[in-house]
Design a protein around this ligand. Structure first.
Ligand SMILES: [Zn+2]
Length: 329
């Protein structure tokens, strides 16, 4: 694949469609349906709508839209307690544990959670090869080592970071968590691990009400607007990347800092969120970091708003990829 787009770049096949010249691999799991009761508040349809939007855009070649493997026990156990994994698999979680996750248990829930973690692993591998790649779900950052929480069963960022290390790709990794809620599970699982730097920028007064300690936390007031957010983010990125000395970034591009979000409490516009993506990509590229993107949360009442925000992140990544190849980087 690399040879193919390298040669089309060198020989300037300008008629080659964008998606063939500048591959961006996308991993999706929306067809592994997690059955929810009709009144459930999680907007599960956003994932299928996002994949549809991405497919219709023509930005990604059909062969670059891929179904990931299900994360294996070995992969999951690098970040999770083996007994927790066993009980998730067997449907032996207690009612309290199920309530804390917020999804009813089903074999499909387990399969989907494994696939979503697999998607982030594969997005990391693809990013290391291509520069950028994305999981059209993931960002399940409230999952702890031995329990799930807030719609999160397995912590895909921690699982993927450890998989990439175990596979010998790179050692130093930075997790840039721009979901509006603190990446508490990620912070807890990776606490004391000097090889994976955790940075979370989130609402101070929002869930989770008991915060963990990331390597860098930035807390924002309710109603924070674009300008204030972007200034704080820029400060955080510069500090996080300087300290992390990373060779790979995992970016949680949550749609829930959006002003219209039901669970967000901040006041960012779609343009502000596009600017956020731009800043993250600018800083990562300046540091020479490949970026694996995950979607994380989004709860706007109009589901199209969530899809718009995630799609603009994917579109921005394709533009970066195009630029990278043209610049020969
Ligand atoms: Zn969130």
């Amino acid at each position: 694949m690399k040879d193919k787009y390298f040669s089309s770049f060198v020989f300037g096949h300008s008629s080659t469609p964008l998606s063939e010249s500048y591959p961006l691999k996308i991993f999706y799991t929306d067809h592994f349906v997690l059955p929810l009761p009709p009144e459930h508040r999680f907007p599960m349809q956003k994932y299928a709508l996002l994949r549809q939007r991405v497919a219709e855009s023509g930005l990604i070649a059909p062969e670059d839209m891929r179904v990931p493997h299900a994360a294996t026990d070995t992969e999951i156990e690098r970040a999770h307690d083996p007994d927790y994994l066993r009980r998730v698999q067997a449907g032996e979680l207690t009612p309290q544990e199920i309530r804390r996750i917020g999804f009813p248990w089903s074999p499909e829930m387990v399969e989907r959670s494994r696939r979503s973690a697999g998607a982030t692993i594969e997005a990391c591998r693809a990013a290391l090869q291509d520069g950028f790649a994305a999981n059209l779900a993931g960002g399940t950052h409230h999952a702890f080592r031995d329990c799930g929480q807030g719609f999160c069963v397995f912590n895909d960022s921690a699982v993927a970071a450890r998989a990439i290390q175990a596979e010998g790709w790179v050692r130093q990794i930075v997790i840039i968590d721009c979901d509006v809620h603190q990446g508490n599970g990620t912070a807890a699982i990776l606490a004391g691990d000097p090889t994976i730097f955790t940075f979370s920028i989130h609402g101070a007064k929002n869930f989770p009400f008991h915060k963990e300690r990331s390597d860098l936390d930035i807390e924002l007031d309710d109603g924070t607007d674009d300008a204030t957010y972007l200034t704080a983010l820029e400060h955080g990125l510069s500090q996080a990347l300087a300290q992390a000395q990373a060779k790979l970034a995992i970016y949680l591009a949550g749609a829930d800092p959006f002003g219209g979000d039901r669970l967000g409490r901040l006041a960012l516009s779609k343009n502000g969120l596009a600017e956020r993506d731009r800043l993250v990509f600018d800083y990562c590229q300046a540091a020479g970091l490949p970026v694996a993107i995950t979607m994380a949360g989004g709860y706007a009442p109009h589901i199209e708003d969530i899809v718009d925000i995630h799609f603009q992140t994917i579109r921005a990544a394709t533009e970066r990829q195009k630029q990278r190849v043209e610049d020969g980087r």
